[in-house]
Design a protein. Structure first.
Length: 166
């Protein structure tokens, strides 16, 4: 069995839950934040939508150097734009996973800022932590934002107080 098959199955299942949450983001409130130290709603939703694409960054590159990487988030203006960003990001991730050999997952990947190395790990660990777990973390954060905005939450791993039927 290819290592990528396990990642693909998980990403497909988690993407369906993530998409349900993104469908509910009120993009008419992109600057809303629950706390002055918290990310703005529009930025957080954008980040969740782009995170599947980080699988490709993890597999198709050998490092991410913040000293040379220019990140300019484009905050979607509509639900359709947000979902398109997510779907495109997911398609990119699936393509990279489908094309990755087992050997690719054993290669090292490094996150750095110039000479400062934050970590070097095998690409399988980077896909798991930097891409997948990172997405789950911010997806949960987005769920809290929606709850605070009194938006009904969809089930992720089972029913919610808003949707009790499975």
């Amino acid at each position: 069995m290819k290592i990528s098959e396990s990642f693909i199955g998980e990403l497909q299942q988690e993407a369906a839950s993530t998409r349900k949450l993104l469908e509910r983001v009120p993009l008419d409130k992109p600057d809303w934040t629950p706390h002055e130290k918290s990310m703005k709603l529009g930025n957080l939703a954008n980040h969740v939508a782009e995170l599947p694409g980080w699988v490709s960054v993890s597999l198709d590159q050998d490092e991410l150097d913040f000293a040379t990487y220019e990140y300019k988030p484009q905050i979607p203006k509509s639900t359709e734009e947000l979902l398109k960003k997510f779907d495109d990001s997911l398609a990119k991730a699936m393509n990279s996973l489908n094309n990755a050999s087992n050997e690719k997952f054993g290669e090292n990947w490094t996150m750095r800022n110039g000479e400062q190395v934050y970590f070097t790990l095998p690409k399988a660990a980077v896909v798991r932590s930097f891409s997948f777990n990172h997405m789950y973390h911010h997806r949960a954060q987005l769920g809290v934002y929606l709850r605070l905005l009194d938006i009904p939450l969809p089930g992720i791993y089972g029913p919610t107080a808003d949707e009790s039927n499975m």
